[in-house]
Design a protein around this ligand. Structure first.
Ligand code: HEM
Ligand code: HEM
Length: 314
């Protein structure tokens, strides 16, 4: 028999773990569901679920529903993250960049340090990061200025038993009733809180530490916060975002898609198809932008902000 080539072997070994990973995950899921169903049938757990139905009460006067600014920001957040994740993933692949960008060192902004050459995907990452951070700052300001923050920041300790209760309900496949219009369930509150107030700031702090042009300036931080440490945090944060998005979008679509999409895309709490239509249009915008931002287009845009040198292929 012919020996597999090195390429074929590495291709096989890369995907081979899936042969046992997928069945193991499925078996684990079945075990979790059966265990959760057995647990919630016991009198102790039944009374726990009655005491903690999965939602923690909101302070009096908490806002109801979704203002238009939140809907727009939610869309832009997802839109920018799409390209942040794409460029981050390519950077991690460590392929030789197809082009390099250099800041123009002229005019009013002359500095003594020579400009650093960065790969075109790092440029795209930083450009979309800047837009994402601006959107995020506006989101924070509006969240606290309008009182909307109480919906995604835990304010009572009973959010913990309620989150356990909601988790048990998901695991037993008897899902908590979706009522995101007035109050998220406690597990949602905690996950949104971690995403907005822990994962996002961590991505920003560790990301800034990794900016190639600032490496020298940050050198004094090396003993406590080296680029290695920053990268070791930055990447798991990306895994959190990717995992969050998969679970979030799956649950949005699986727990009353029409109502949920009306909440976040049309600002209404009814059974019309408007939210779904706007969501579908937003997906079209993202798909078009995904294909439109070809390397040549990214290079052209980058060229307007600095000097871009395209590398010969091969
Ligand atoms: C395009 C895919 C997405 C869809 C369809 C979607 C849909 C939704 C919906 C329907 C809600 C309201 C849930 C409810 O009423 O129970 C919501 C809330 C939320 N989503 Fe998304 N989402 C998407 C992407 C994202 C992304 C990428 C993030 C961030 C990484 C995100 C973060 C959030 C947060 C933080 C909230 C709570 C906002 C608040 O009330 O202040 N979503 N999403
Ligand atoms: C302000 C926010 C952010 C900044 C300033 C930033 C900056 C950076 C920089 C400078 C690098 C390193 C490039 C290099 O190695 O030369 C990087 C890598 C990366 N970024 Fe970000 N980033 C930010 C947010 C994010 C977010 C939100 C995600 C994902 C959700 C993300 C995912 C990644 C990934 C996967 C890599 C590759 C990491 C590796 O090679 O291990 N970044 N980022």
């Amino acid at each position: 028999m012919q020996e597999p080539t090195r390429g074929a072997r590495s291709r096989r070994s890369r995907w081979f773990p899936l042969v046992w990973v997928i069945p193991s995950v499925l078996v684990l899921l079945v075990v979790i569901v059966l265990a959760a169903r057995a647990l919630v049938a016991t009198p102790a757990l039944r009374s726990f679920l009655a005491d903690y139905p999965g939602q923690s009460a909101l302070p009096a006067g908490a806002p109801v529903g979704f203002p238009a600014w939140l809907e727009w920001q939610h869309f832009f957040n997802g839109f920018f993250l799409l390209f942040i994740l794409r460029s981050g993933w390519i950077i991690r692949g460590k392929k030789r960049p197809t082009a390099f960008w250099v800041r123009r060192n002229e005019g009013r902004f002359v500095t003594r340090t020579p400009p650093v050459r960065i790969g075109i995907q790092v440029w795209l990452h930083l450009a979309t990061d800047a837009l994402w951070v601006l959107n995020g700052i506006a989101f924070y300001v509006l969240l606290f200025a309008t009182g909307q923050w109480v919906r995604i920041v835990p304010t009572r300790w009973d959010v913990i038993p309620n989150a356990i209760s909601a988790g048990l309900q998901y695991a037993s496949l008897d899902w908590p009733t979706a009522s995101g219009w007035t109050n998220y369930n406690a597990l949602q509150v905690i996950t949104y809180f971690i995403t907005v107030f822990v994962a996002a700031p961590l991505a920003v702090i560790t990301g800034i530490r990794l900016i190639p042009g600032l490496a020298l300036r940050f050198a004094p931080l090396d003993p406590v916060f080296s680029a290695r440490v920053a990268r070791a945090i930055h990447y798991p944060v990306m895994i959190w975002f990717a995992g969050f998005i998969v679970v979030h979008v799956t649950l949005v679509l699986a727990t009353g898609a029409v109502h949920n999409l009306n909440h976040m895309y049309a600002g209404r709490d009814d059974g019309s198809l408007l939210g779904f239509a706007i969501f579908a249009a937003s997906v079209v915008v993202m798909v078009v932008a995904w294909f439109a931002l070809r390397p040549a287009v990214v290079t052209a845009i980058a060229g307007r902000t600095g000097s871009v040198r395209t590398m010969p292929r091969g």
